[in-house]
Design a protein around this ligand. Structure first.
Ligand SMILES: Cc1ncc(COP(=O)(O)O)c(C=O)c1O
Length: 403
């Protein structure tokens, strides 16, 4: 039998699901910054979304110990029972809840649990309300699950804090849920407890779920307190799912461990998805996470103090640059200044062109606000040393004064 070589190559046919998924074009400037850093250019990197600190040594040692002790096999797909119990205990201590392992699932980052929650709870045609500016992955996760993200613009004059009135304004009969993130990436906004209480009650009354992402829970400054939806969890376990992560609190981004606390039936659903996709988060990481939850308080405090001091210096310094206007965010490790005063100058039209100008003219990398649904802004991360922050602000000041 003779075979003939086809003259055309077979086409790759992608699913609608993945074709609809966006790789944010506004993040292109960050990729360009990374390339310049790799070429050896001295770029001040304000783009990072992760702590500049190394993982505390006691946590890293627990990971090494796990390898030495041969704890390198699969665990339950939803995570070790001992880890899920430790996470439950941590919440019980803080909120007086009586959670057990059945309320907790551990996965490969908070991102995985947020993704799985969308897959588990969103049906085709459902609308999910997301306050904007928003963390980049929320809308795509909802769309991937077949739902429609609906944005509820937060008021900059209110420090971008989510409010019920903004959510109510975009609700329809198809509203299936709300995703809140506090402290917020990118704005640093921290929701007030009284407002969160109203949103919780509204979700319960509308039979909508509330996914509450508190990845940055620890980073709240200026005498404010983190308000967590966990306060209402035992009253409304069918409504509330809380997502949290080891990544930022314990400087463990690369270890990949996050978790969700939810109704046991929801946890079972998330576990099913996990069992057919990634299986368990790394066993070594789970052992390190156990050590982190049991201790590391001094290291966490040291990191917190550094972020607090950097923020205290950075906000007034940025506001000292003519044309930049920045509110004083209560949390996370980002500031989100308005740079629209530069639009119309030297070909600058949007947040992406401001970011490109800063990269080329000041050798400073920032993330354009367009990536978060707010094109008048840029995101500046202060998860970098005070020395680099001072250097970066001086460079920005010099470059922006030329406009
Ligand atoms: C708001 C928010 N949620 C969730 C995550 C996910 O973090 P991880 O998957 O590392 O736990 C991030 C990471 O940047 C984030 O900023």
């Amino acid at each position: 039998m003779t075979t003939t070589t086809p003259t055309t190559r077979p086409a790759i046919r992608f699913s609608e699901r993945v074709t609809a998924m966006q790789e944010s074009p506004t993040l292109a400037v960050l990729n360009r910054a990374t390339a310049r850093i790799a070429e050896g250019v001295d770029v001040v990197d304000f783009g990072a979304g992760e702590p500049d600190f190394g993982t505390p040594s006691s946590i890293a040692a627990a990971g090494k110990r796990a390898i030495d002790e041969g704890l390198t096999k699969y665990t339950n797909a939803s995570g070790l029972k001992s880890l899920r119990e430790a996470i439950a205990r941590r919440y019980n201590r803080r909120y007086g809840t009586s959670l057990g392992a059945e309320h907790v699932i551990a996965g490969n980052g908070g991102k995985q649990e947020l993704f799985n929650l969308a897959l588990a709870l969103v049906r085709p045609g459902d609308e999910v309300i997301i306050p904007s500016p928003y963390w980049v992955s929320f809308p795509d996760q909802v769309s991937f699950a077949g739902g429609t993200p609906v944005f509820a613009p937060a008021d900059p004059a209110e420090g971008f804090r989510p409010r019920l009135q903004d959510i109510e304004a975009v609700a329809t009969s198809r509203t299936r849920g709300v995703i809140l993130n506090s402290p917020c990436n990118p704005t640093g906004a921290v929701i007030r407890e009284s407002e969160l209480a109203r949103i919780v009650e509204w979700c319960v009354a509308r039979d909508a779920f509330l996914v509450f992402d508190e990845t940055y829970e620890l980073f709240v400054y200026g005498g404010h307190e983190h308000a967590s939806a966990m306060r209402w969890f035992e009253q409304y376990p069918e409504t509330i799912a809380v997502v949290n992560s080891m990544s930022k609190t314990f400087a463990m981004t690369g270890w990949r461990l996050g978790y969700a606390v939810a109704h046991p039936d929801i946890v079972t659903a998330l576990g099913k998805i996990q069992s057919h996709s990634t299986s368990n988060p790394s066993t070594i990481t789970q052992m390190a996470a156990l050590a982190a939850l049991d201790g590391a308080n001094e290291d966490v405090q040291r990191m917190y103090d550094a972020y607090r001091d950097r923020r205290a210096w950075l906000v007034p310094a940025i506001n000292g640059i003519p044309g930049i206007c920045c509110t004083d965010p209560d949390g996370a490790f980002y500031i989100f200044p308005d740079v629209s005063a530069y639009f119309g100058k030297r070909g600058i039209t949007d947040s992406q062109s401001v970011a490109s100008y800063l990269l080329d003219e000041a050798r400073v990398a920032v993330v354009p606000g367009g990536a978060f649904g707010a094109d008048d802004y840029i995101r500046i991360s202060y998860a970098t040393s005070m020395e680099r922050i001072r250097e970066g602000v001086a460079r920005m000041d010099a470059a922006l004064r030329k406009l």
